[in-house]
Ligand binder design. Sequence first.
Ligand SMILES: *Cc1c(COP(=O)(O)O)cnc(C)c1O
Length: 391
Amino acid sequence: MTAAAVMPTYGRYDIAFERGEGPYLYATDGRRFLDFAAGIAVNALGHSHPKLVRALADQGAKLWHVSNLYRIPEQEKLAEKLTKHTFADKVFFCNSGAEALEGAIKLVRKYHDDTGHPEKFTVIGCSGAFHGRTLATLAAAGNEKYLKGFDPAVEGFKQVAFGNLNELRAAIDGNTAAILVEPVQGEGGIKPAQLSYLRELRKIADEFGVLLVFDEVQCGMGRSGKLFAHEWAGVTPDVMCIAKGLGGGFPVGAFMATDKAAVGMTAGTHGSTFGGNPLAMAVANAVMDVMLEPGFLERVDKIARLLWKELEGVVKRHPKVFIEVRGAGLMVGLRCHVPNTQLVDKLRENGMLTVGAGENVVRLVPPLIIDESHVREAVEKIDKAASQLAA
Ligand SMILES: *Cc1c(COP(=O)(O)O)cnc(C)c1O
């Protein structure tokens, strides 16, 4: 077995996994890892969750795929659940986060076109954002590192500093269609927006007649301790994108909107061959059902608070290694003095998986089903890795 035939767009670790169970992954060489990377915030219910395994197997035996030319009852069910528990009235299903953002950007442009303002097509995003790797989502985030070599960038995007309302107000003009923000920046370094910032975004969007789009691809689906991170601020967007945790490991994404914002998304305006097929919907319905069980989100919030408390201790014990803990719920960033890659590597050597993020942060995005024993194990491993690095 060799990697030679795989397009080498990733810097991969020389490790492969053959099995997962809850928050653990088992490598082909027999090693066991505590998985606080969770496929980058995807395996929200851990690996091989019995309810997801059953949902996949049952649906797999019945019907995998039909075209969106027909009604798909599993899709209608999931859309109903999502609208019942959010601000949204309508949901479109796709297969990834970037596709959800693409759809949302199209919706935003269509809304203004339909309401007599085709000149309003610019989306204002934030520096440090990440929205995916398609041409439009790269332009939306404006990260030079990812755009380099892929010119010309898609037109109609600009960025302002994350958290800066003055810059945002100054950037809004007659062409502005929407404001696009991650309530907690993920790739950018696990940076939570101030709740007051999110509330002001709502006011500014209303004042200028532009749509407010939240990218909850990473921070949504229970990760913050509420179903969606913006709920902590008590405001709602007009449009929201989700993916990562939605399928618990099955590729599925969605963008959703109020009826008002979705006014232009009529028959023929958008589509996807695979999006919302019965197999994906069966799994995502199972994920939602587990997350909506009474007490699930409360448990996430409680275990997150314990993890934070423990990590504050770790940071204090290793001042040469760590600067601070930041994030929201089980979306935690350890900002480091040492290069974050060194800590990620050292943790992996000690049997724990994490992911790097911007601003020299080590990202902890464990499955939402972790309990106290996993928190203790994680803290032990981080303590050990930090001591080894400090030595
Ligand atoms: C991962 C991510 C995306 C892109 O999702 P893909 O499924 O990789 O296309 C978009 N936005 C945010 C906030 C993300 O974390």
